[in-house]
Write a protein that binds this ligand. Structure first.
Ligand SMILES: *[C@@H]1O[C@H](CO)[C@@H](O)[C@H](O)[C@H]1NC(C)=O
Ligand SMILES: *[C@@H]1O[C@H](CO)[C@@H](O)[C@H](O)[C@H]1NC(C)=O
Ligand SMILES: *[C@@H]1O[C@H](CO)[C@@H](O)[C@H](O)[C@H]1NC(C)=O
Ligand SMILES: *[C@@H]1O[C@H](CO)[C@@H](O)[C@H](O)[C@H]1NC(C)=O
Ligand SMILES: *[C@@H]1O[C@H](CO)[C@@H](O)[C@H](O)[C@H]1NC(C)=O
Length: 405
């Protein structure tokens, strides 16, 4: 007879070798804004004509709030203050950063119904390694666009030496391959409805990002084609990415040594106006907008910024079960990690101890994960086959014992 406990062990081992992710934290509903810090300063990184307000101002002006009907988080640009022309004008908006930082081995999903859009509007959902000067700890741009662009853009920013591998398997269109350039290694979405008014009209969608020693991978699915693993997920369920398909942007480690260029990443959500991308006159006029960028900022703010808002159902973060490695590191005290973190034996921020997760899906012989079949991953696959083999041996050993017992 087989003891239930033994079956549990076997099940756990099988799960660990199947590329499963364990939930770490969900930002959603009434508690969406609990795990974030507000910037509370002018935009001194992308030089938009905005003030990123502090939390009190944001609450008072309802620039961030949770919609009581939908439970969705709203993050928006002030569209009621009348700003007179002056040498220096700044409109109120928001930039928030998670208190937690997520190491290599993490997975992030975000369900969005509305991404800010319009002339002068520059929204971004991204991740930043903050324990070093930019871009020494790496930056990962998951959602970004400006003005009248209709396609989302994904990118990495690093110091020199990291780039897009030529043999990467991805659906996106490569704009720039070198991650140390001003644009970063930039991949443009090719699926329809990934940005702008069309994204909102199609009901939005889900974006995903996987940070792994074998590579960094990003996905987009419009509302009508979200994979079952995501549409059926709850805040507490594990995530198996084997039905995620080919990523939009794939940065396998053959082109970029992930552990060398990326430190634990904090999530950032912001909206700036004009600045060093959206506001450059030649770019402004070539992305569907006329006149001068600053003339949107000046004036009443409506209707020009009525669509300059994020509407987010949830952001979920996960850690590879196979890793059981570093827990997310809290950058600030006062925020205790969720109960899921207890699954991990230590809470060090040493991301180098993190082991590959896509390798664990390879262990399972699962080619459902697009990048697992990537030729660029052959090397890391080979090196993990040993781990997979050990896992199978262990399972067989337990199986043998259970037969004896
Ligand atoms: C931007 O301003 C904030 C607040 O004054 C400051 O803490 C931060 O170091 C500045 N960042 C840069 C890149 O100058
Ligand atoms: C924000 O509001 C709280 C409570 O009203 C107050 O204690 C705090 O000092 C305010 N912070 C700032 C930066 O104004
Ligand atoms: C807009 O912001 C930029 C960057 O801070 C600044 O150089 C420019 O003078 C501003 N324009 C106006 C009209 O405020
Ligand atoms: C990648 O970087 C890590 C950390 O810097 C280093 O230990 C490792 O040897 C590098 N791997 C390769 C293949 O260069
Ligand atoms: C500001 O924008 C919101 C939608 O984001 C809209 O409901 C509201 O009516 C706008 N305010 C004005 C004064 O137009």
């Amino acid at each position: 007879m087989t003891r239930p406990g033994t079956w549990a062990c076997i099940t756990l081992l099988l799960q660990l070798s199947a590329g499963v992710y364990v939930p770490i934290r969900e930002y959603s509903g009434q508690s969406f804004f609990d795990g974030w810090d507000y910037y509370g300063s002018i935009d001194n990184t992308t030089w938009g004509n905005v003030t990123y307000v502090d939390q009190n101002t944001s609450d008072a002006q309802r620039l961030t709030y949770v919609d009581s009907t939908t439970g969705h988080a709203i993050i928006r640009v002030d569209n009621t203050t009348n700003i007179a022309p002056a040498p220096l004008v700044n409109r109120n908006t928001v930039k928030i950063t998670t208190k937690d930082a997520y190491p290599i081995g993490s997975l992030v999903t975000i369900d969005v119904s509305h991404i800010p859009f319009g002339c002068s509007v520059w929204p971004s959902f991204w991740m930043l390694g903050t324990n070093a000067l930019w871009p020494d700890a790496g930056e990962i741009d998951i959602i970004e666009g400006i003005n009248g662009l209709t396609q989302n853009q994904m990118a990495l920013h690093t110091t020199p030496g990291c780039g897009l591998a030529t043999n990467a398997i991805q659906t996106g269109h490569i704009v720039q391959g070198d991650c140390s350039t001003a644009q970063g290694c930039l991949v443009q979405e090719t699926k329809p409805n990934s940005f702008g008014s069309a994204f909102a009209q199609a009901g939005g969608g889900v974006f995903g990002a996987q940070l792994d020693v074998s590579g960094i991978y990003m996905w987009f699915w419009p509302r009508n084609s979200i994979p079952q693993s995501i549409s059926e997920a709850t805040f507490s369920s594990n995530m198996d990415i084997s039905d995620w398909g080919t990523p939009t942007a794939a940065y396998p480690s053959s082109g970029c040594n992930i552990t060398q260029f990326f430190q634990p990443q904090q999530l950032v959500l912001d909206i700036t106006l004009c600045g060093v991308w959206a506001g450059i006159p030649s770019i402004y006029s070539s992305t569907g907008c006329s006149g001068q960028c600053i003339n949107n900022v000046i004036g009443s703010g409506n209707p020009v910024y009525n669509d300059a808002y994020w509407e987010i159902s949830y952001i979920r973060t996960y850690l590879a079960a196979a890793d059981m490695g570093p827990a997310p590191t809290s950058q600030k005290s006062g925020l205790s990690p969720s109960e899921s973190v207890d699954l991990t034996p230590s809470s060090t921020s040493d991301s180098s101890s993190s082991t590959s997760t896509s390798t664990s899906s390879n262990d399972n012989g699962n080619s459902g994960t697009a990048h697992a079949s990537n030729a660029a991953l052959v090397q890391s696959t080979a090196s993990i086959s040993m781990r997979g083999l050990l896992g199978i041996v262990l399972v067989l050993e337990l199986w043998g014992r259970s037969m004896i017992l």
